[in-house]
Design a protein around this ligand. Structure first.
Ligand SMILES: *Cc1c(COP(=O)(O)O)cnc(C)c1O
Length: 726
């Protein structure tokens, strides 16, 4: 045990004691967030997915150093928590939250002064059970923030034995705001070498004595039981931002809306502006022009990232609903800044975010073009910053060890751009290493899946749940084998993602396999939102197709559904499969990020030309494309079943599949070339370090020299906002 361990790993301030960061680092970062220059950013997101089970620089450090225990009382407490777990933080539903987590990690790695605000959901999103006859069964997640390492409940500096409580103002019914109490949890996203961090503040409103509307809305992420609960969740997020900043003295003068959910923060800022300009009786005095002028001023602080062209992602609330809980001043402001162009009875929060900002960005080039089409009056403001993933989070251990060992990629952890300078002379070493690493990751995934099939089989006798998978009913030799071409598909089960697309004509799929005696495994995972009945039906269809595919293909084609999709399963899948399938209805997948996670491991995509793949597909060098890719008409934005082009795009997939299987089974060297090309062409671009650098450019942040130098090296790699080829 090193004597200086406590000084390396412990820090504290008036609000608590934290593990993983030294006091000097902690103080340096905190001070920057409180600097009078205001050169920092508040990042607001409804969800943040940053599961320490999947990536934790602190845990990595402990493992590397072989640190298991300590005689230091506080260290020993934290170490025990870390090593015993559970560490799951189920505060996310899918891509938006995982992107937020990945982004915050890159901000830390690049020494960007950023803090994040989100909510703490004691019921998580939901836990998914799957029964072959019923389909998805959803239950509240049970987890205890109190025993989750890496999450700190902040203390009241005046009374350290009590949790810190902040008062959050809601403009409710009366002219004076109604205050609701929230406790504050903090999580530190530490940089990979523990020399920086991004703090996340999670607001916990579920306190004894909380009004019913508040505790109801605080339980579950994206609770959509009623529009009232939905609206309240948005208010709880947006209204908390300024109180958080005040409580800790943070000075950020840029606010980043990760999707429009938190846009009500601007309402509070507008009221503050009005009060400043007109005095305490601003409510009586304010004119339409005053409000618009205040909104313009507030817009100077706001950056807005729009994440989807799909309706469900954009909040609209009826004016009647809003007037049922808010007072007239709020309506006067919203009438001017949140009016919906097509429906005068609704407030449109996407339109509000579009109006109040100094920059809007989409999440890929194609999505930029689609967003401009959808919001023509804001077209000139909308730029592209293509999404990325945190490469350190999503690269498997065996691949990471390989990249560490090769001279040309040795710096990949800090400089994911290094893959672009791979040369032919690196290939033999890289290819043979990749082959081995892939074998390990595939075997791990197959073992995990077979173990799951076994568990489900046992549970058949113990519970009423019917195993989700047909294979659980067969004997062990019929389960999955490694080295069989394995295709992964995992993401939320929104209907536009068309999880069931490739099973549109199962006999045709089976015929391709039987004719060539090709084996194939399809591994599927993902959750449908509890209120999304069509999404649940698609999931049920996947289950229903298992037996047919197996029988029609004489056991060559196996389809397995893995319940409870989360970041852990995602990481297993993206590195363990041989190809990643992405089959959304173009152009409804704004970016998609799971395919980038696969690319980080050299795993090729088989994808519709939508979202990031328009930029990541290089004429067949990095993977395969299929499906309609012509010009985009307004009708293409429809999510009706008839508009989803099932027959056409499935046909295109069946036409493509034989050449993919032939490459894998008969021209494996070519297959490995495609894998290497993913590393060379896609890793340097589709990572959140590059993405964060592009954001910082947009924010115009003044950075310290070390951070500015890092940013420049990433900026050179890519420019998202070039015209697209379409
Ligand atoms: C990456 C990820 C997603 C997002 O996948 P998309 O392909 O972008 O839809 C969703 N859920 C989890 C758990 C993930 O890790």
């Amino acid at each position: 045990m090193k004597p200086d361990l406590a000084s390396k790993l412990l820090s504290c301030n008036d609000f608590g004691t934290y593990f993983g960061i030294s006091q000097a680092t902690f103080d340096r970062v905190w001070k920057r967030l409180c600097s009078p220059t205001g050169n920092s950013v508040v990042y607001i997101s409804m969800e943040i997915g940053a599961d320490p089970d999947v990536f934790s620089p602190v845990k990595n450090y402990l493992q590397q150093e072989g640190i298991l225990e300590s005689s230091h009382r506080i260290l020993s407490h934290f170490l025990k928590q870390y090593l015993d777990g559970p560490r799951k933080i189920p505060n996310y539903s899918g891509g938006l939250g995982v992107l937020a987590g990945d982004t915050l990690k890159s901000f830390a790695d690049l020494h960007m002064p950023v803090l994040a605000v989100s909510l703490l959901y004691r019921g998580g999103y939901f836990s998914q059970f799957v029964d072959s006859k019923i389909g998805q069964i959803d239950q509240a997640t049970t987890w205890t923030p109190e025993t989750t390492p890496t999450l700190y409940q902040l203390k009241d500096p005046e009374k350290p034995e009590l949790p810190l409580e902040i008062e959050v103002p809601f403009f409710s019914e009366h002219e004076d705001p109604v205050y609701c109490t929230a406790q504050v949890w903090m999580k530190l996203e530490c940089s990979d070498n523990l020399d920086y961090f991004t703090p996340e503040f999670l607001l916990d409103y579920d306190l004894p004595g909380a009004p019913k509307w508040l505790s109801e809305a605080s339980q579950q992420l994206y609770n959509a039981k009623s529009n009232l609960v939905k609206a309240n969740q948005r208010r709880m997020l947006g209204s908390a931002v300024l109180p958080i900043m005040e409580a800790f003295g943070f000075t950020a003068n840029t606010i980043h809306l990760n999707e429009q959910h938190g846009v009500t923060v601007t309402l509070h800022l507008i009221v503050k502006e009005l009060e400043k300009a007109l005095g305490p009786d601003y409510i009586q005095r304010m004119s339409k022009e005053d409000i618009i002028h205040a909104a313009e001023k507030v817009g100077q602080q706001i950056i807005y990232t729009i994440h989807t062209p799909v309706k469900a992602g954009h909040d609209r609330f009826s004016r009647d609903l809003y007037s049922s809980f808010s007072h007239g001043t709020v309506e006067r402001i919203l009438d001017l800044v949140a009016h919906d162009e097509d429906n005068q009875h609704e407030y449109n929060f996407t339109a509000m975010a579009m109006r109040i900002n100094r920059g809007i960005n989409s999440v890929s080039r194609l999505h930029r073009d689609v967003t401009r089409k959808q919001f023509p009056s804001f077209a000139s403001k909308i730029k592209a910053i293509t999404n990325g993933v945190h490469h350190l989070t999503w690269t498997s251990n065996s691949r990471a060890a390989l990249f560490d060992s090769i001279a040309s990629t040795r710096d990949w952890r800090t400089a994911p751009g290094c893959f672009s300078s791979l040369s032919r002379s690196d290939y033999p070493e890289l290819v043979s290493g990749l082959r081995k690493a892939w074998l390990i990751d595939n075997q791990r995934l197959i073992a995990y899946t077979n173990h799951m099939l076994d568990n489900h089989r046992r549970q058949m006798t113990e519970t009423w749940i019917d195993p989700p998978n047909y294979l659980s009913h067969l004997s062990v030799p019929d389960w999955l084998e490694p080295n069989v071409f394995t295709v992964g598909f995992a993401r939320r089960f929104s209907t536009y993602k068309r999880a069931d697309l490739i099973f549109d004509d199962i006999s045709r799929l089976a015929e391709i396999l039987v004719k060539n005696n090709w084996k194939i495994n399809f591994l599927f995972a993902g959750k449908a939102h509890p209120e999304d009945e069509p999404g649940k039906m698609v999931l049920k269809l996947i289950l229903d197709n298992q037996e047919r595919l197996y029988k029609l293909s004489n056991g060559l084609g196996k389809l397995v559904f893995i319940p409870g999709y989360d970041m852990c399963i995602a990481k297993l899948l993206v590195s363990g499969v041989h190809s990643w399938l992405n089959c959304p209805k173009r152009p409804l997948e704004a970016s998609g990020t799971s395919g980038m996670k696969a690319a980080m491991n050299g795993v090729p995509n088989i994808s519709v030309m939508d979202g990031w793949w328009v930029e990541g597909y290089h004429n067949g060098a990095t993977g395969w494309k299929f499906g309609y890719e012509g010009p985009i008409e307004d009708s293409d934005l429809s999510e009706d079943r008839e508009s989803l082009l099932y027959a056409e795009d499935a046909d295109s997939f069946y036409n493509l599949l034989p050449s993919v299987l032939e490459t894998f089974y008969s021209k494996h060297d070519e297959f490995l070339d495609i894998a290497v090309n993913n590393l060379k062409l896609n890793v340097p671009i589709f990572n959140t370090h590059r993405m964060a650098a592009e954001y910082i450019q947009t924010y115009n942040l003044h950075l310290e020299p070390d951070a500015a130098a890092k940013i420049n090296s990433f900026k050179e790699l890519y420019q998202s906002d070039l015209p697209s080829d379409f």
